[in-house]
Design a protein around this ligand. Structure first.
Ligand SMILES: NC(=O)c1ccc[n+]([C@@H]2O[C@H](COP(=O)([O-])OP(=O)(O)OC[C@H]3O[C@@H](n4cnc5c(N)ncnc54)[C@H](O)[C@@H]3O)[C@@H](O)[C@H]2O)c1
Length: 228
């Protein structure tokens, strides 16, 4: 870490910068695999479609700065990014709703590489309760309410939309401080609870729109050539 720089993990970082950081991390890991010891901000910028000054600014949040001419040393930057993003420390989470999406998350080995370990899961369906999915046994949601001082701060919400708010209320009433909400419901929660909404479908909508716009532009190009 550069001298005089203090890592400020608890600093509120702008969301776009936070979204870019895991991309830089993946890029740096690839660079490491290729045997590169240094990468420049220009290279990171070019290959990630970002402005070089933006890269420098984003990476400065980690406390690491590049060296003149050689750029960033790959290994310490990977360490700093993982540390800064909280991927090195393991946080525990409970999952609510062990249906198809919940099951996929319980089976996902990628999550623990990003510092999240699902240690308990709750549902209401007698067909899943008592079973183990991805090494986690599924309990009835009433069992969650009986767990006092469980110390788990993160809850993953993967119930049907109709029960999302009710389950979110239960989570908050029993100590959950951050809700990773996969349901389409914009759930309401007290100000001291973090709600992070995630939707694959929102990205799908963007992809469709870009694809159709590209196809329309290509078609327009063909039509104008024909009429020449
Ligand atoms: N964000 C995304 O990208 C994305 C992708 C797929 C699905 N979803 C959403 O995720 C949610 C789950 O989808 P799915 O396909 O897994 O549905 P699913 O029906 O397969 O699973 C839902 C599970 O929640 C359980 N459940 C119902 N009420 C409950 C309650 N009160 N407490 C605890 N568990 C309860 C059900 O028994 C079931 O096992 C839905 O809201 C869906 O719209 C989001």
């Amino acid at each position: 870490m550069a001298e005089g720089n203090i890592r400020k993990k608890s600093t509120l970082v702008p969301e776009p910068a936070l979204r870019r950081m895991p991309c830089y991390l993946a890029y740096l890991k690839l660079a490491r695999n290729k045997g590169n010891q240094y990468v420049s901000s220009t290279m990171i910028a070019r290959d990630n479609g970002v402005d070089p000054t933006q890269v420098t600014k984003d990476l400065s949040y980690t406390g690491i700065s590049g060296k003149t001419r050689v750029g960033y040393e790959v290994e310490p930057l990977i360490e700093a990014l993982e540390d800064f993003l909280g991927f090195k420390e393991m946080d525990h989470a409970f999952l609510f709703g062990a249906g198809s999406l919940g099951t996929a998350l319980l089976h996902d080995h990628g999550l623990d590489q990003y510092g999240l370990d699902i240690v308990g899961a709750f549902d209401v369906n007698p067909l899943v309760i008592g079973h183990s999915i991805g090494g986690v046994s599924i309990e009835h949601i009433d069992e969650f309410l009986k767990k006092k001082d469980h110390g788990i701060k993160i809850g993953i919400l993967t119930t049907p939309a109709a029960s999302a708010q009710e389950v979110a209320n239960m989570m908050v009433s029993n100590g959950i401080k951050a809700i990773w909400n996969f349901t389409p419901v914009r759930i309401s929660a007290p100000e001291n609870v973090v709600v992070q909404n995630t939707s694959l479908y929102a990205h799908l909508a963007v992809m469709f729109n870009r694809l159709y716009a590209l196809e329309a532009a290509e078609q327009a190009g063909l039509d104008s050539k024909k009429s020449e």
